[in-house]
Ligand binder design. Structure first.
Ligand SMILES: [Zn+2]
Ligand SMILES: [Zn+2]
Length: 289
């Protein structure tokens, strides 16, 4: 809840006229407790998870050969029942995690994530979210490598690898311990550099969208996300799932530089160099039979 009851008081405190976005934020948040903002954020993330994969679902269910050109493993097509079952499983886990909101709320207070005015500038949000991405990517690279040890894989990580040809909804499909372990570094960036709750929610949404895209099973050549420097993407992560248990390639969740630096992209590069000769894993293969 904001410590001002009128727009005039808010502008007097900020020391200038509020921007359009700040007025919207004032109208939304002035009279609701912070934990309700948190609940709304949770619903927003559920909507992101539910809606973003829909174009990929339509592509998967379509019989279009044109669309199949973009399928990374075109021989594997999933029926609606499989896709819905995956969505249902993940949503059950999300909804069971609802009561965790109270804990998240106290943690956010502890970290110093603020809800008041002024809103952060675009550049402040950009740099903070970039740091959050880099911190999380680096730490989860190493955790993911540990999850591919014999113990880590057999006890925890094998669940996520049930999908050797992933679909977008399978991005968070994993053992509860994996979601907990890999989810923790998501909050480390905000712990080191706490910002506004708008930045925090945008970070969680963008990270989720990125994860859904990299599990989508489709590599659209015109996707603007592909032009982000050092971005891994769907083809990069799909290969990791394709190899499965014995994968020693492509551990980083977002960028490619960790795998390059630590030499864990060699298998992937080798397979890419052989793609034109192979039939069992060939991106953009036109014949999906
Ligand atoms: Zn893995
Ligand atoms: Zn994955």
């Amino acid at each position: 809840m904001l410590p001002y009851s009128t727009l005039q008081q808010a502008e007097a405190t900020v020391g200038r006229e509020l921007t359009f976005a700040e007025k919207l934020w004032f109208n939304y948040s002035a009279n609701i407790p912070d934990y309700i903002i948190n609940v709304h954020g949770f619903i927003f993330l559920l909507l992101v998870y539910s809606l973003i994969p829909l174009p990929y679902v339509l592509a998967e269910l379509s019989k279009s050969k044109e669309m199949n050109k973009y399928k990374i493993q075109p021989k594997v097509k999933r029926p609606f029942s499989d896709i819905f079952s995956c969505y249902k499983n993940v949503m059950q886990i999300f909804l069971l995690g609802g009561p965790m909101l109270i804990i998240t709320y106290s943690n956010m207070k502890l970290i110093g994530i603020r809800t008041n005015l002024p809103l952060p500038s675009k550049w402040e949000m950009f740099w903070q979210i970039l740091v959050y991405f880099v911190v999380e990517d680096y730490i989860n690279y190493w955790i993911h490598r540990w999850l591919h040890t014999k113990w880590g894989y057999e006890k925890i990580h094998h669940v996520h690898h049930e999908y050797t040809a992933p679909i977008a909804y399978a991005a968070p499909y994993a053992h509860w311990a994996e979601n907990l372990i890999l989810g923790t570094p998501t909050f480390l960036g905000p712990v080191f550099i706490p910002g506004h709750i708008v930045t925090f929610m945008l970070w969680l949404a963008l990270r989720q969208i990125q994860s859904l895209e990299s599990h989508s099973g489709y590599d659209f050549s015109w996707n603007p996300i592909k032009y982000i420097p050092f971005y891994g993407g769907a083809e990069f992560h799909d290969y990791h799932h394709y190899v499965g248990c014995h994968s020693q390639s492509n551990f980083a969740p977002v960028f490619t530089y960790c795998d390059y630096l630590y030499g864990t992209n060699k298998g992937y590069l080798y397979h890419k160099s052989l793609l034109h000769k192979r039939d069992d894993w060939k991106p953009h293969q036109e014949d999906g039979d």
